[in-house]
Design a protein around this ligand. Sequence first.
Ligand code: GLA
Length: 404
Amino acid sequence: MTTSTRPAAIERSALAPGAMRGALAAVEPRAAADPGAIRVVRAPGRVNLIGEHTDYNLGLVLPAAIDLEIRIAFVPTDDRRVELVSGGTGERAGFDLDAIGPRRGAWIDYVAGTAWALADAGIATRGLRGIIVSSLPTASGLSSSAALELASAWALADEPGGGVAPIELARTCQRAENAYVGVNCGLMDQFASACGVAGDAVLLDCRSLEFRPIALPLATHTLVVIHTGSTRSLTTSQYNVRRAQCEAAAAALATSDPAIQSLRDVTPAMLPRIRDLVGDDAFRRSRHVVTENERVADTIEALATGDIAALGRLWAASHASLRDDFEVVSPELDALVEIASAVPGVAASRMTGAGFGGCTINLVERGAVSDLRTAVDARYRARTGLQPRVYAVDAVDGAGIVAG
Ligand code: GLA
């Protein structure tokens, strides 16, 4: 989700702690004078395997944190001033912790919003001078905003991780995005960046906030993210419209059944009433959410039993539901899924994230990744005129301190 730009993504090698310390020392005299004081924190992006637009309906999501991430190298200061340089562009920005002010429409908003939300949650913050480096493509549906918030939280908080459970830190960062940046997102992105588990996806129940790691078949398969190369447009406004339609559907049912607090409480049998009460759009949005929750549960079952064919069918059904009922699939996302699904060895493929552009997620037999790259290179550009980007990704741990 994006209302303002994030630091530009650069090569992964620039994220090595030694490279980051050197880059900070080059722009910040305090770091040059006392290299031993430099700390480095990291926060990963995420890919969602299934459970799309379910989080703000208090449903189920299955994201994984990925090895495309944002890092901040910094020296803590006691002057209550935060000054950061974007390693991608060299742009500088900053703010006073005791006079944060309103958002400006730039990447520093995510840092300032996090500082505001931490203070609001009673978590002690400190000043710093730092540099931000990212290997996460921005505005691509891989949660660069959540990663920037979590990395900021780890840098700004006096105690490691704010001295709270990672899911609490995720909620604080979600609040930064909702109330300061102004995007009404659910918890999934911040949750994944905070609570990721290396080698696994993580199932989150957005109603109870219970979560647990889910093993992936990574001995035989690889997660491959493919970027459409299309800039997302209307994402924030259309996202908010979808969210409002879902909430209106739940509210309409609640007038006769107060037990219904969100679409999580709605069964398939109740759906036709939504059409009568609120109309066809709200009915189809709700049908997506209700069936998507079932598909997440079925995906967990398929992963547990090693039924990769079932997983492929579930992801295909999720994609179709997001296209036909939720209407967030762009023609470019559809083209990528169609091209990937025709490649032998691609077990499952669907759009991931909010939609309206961004990326697809693919579960691919290890031996078939290069065939997938070849097929995408050969067919996608000819079909759309856009340059795709293919990333084989690993599932990694959530945000924290980088050793070394
Ligand atoms: C964006 C939001 C998430 C979630 C997804 C759709 O990534 O930030 O909270 O709603 O879209 O699943």
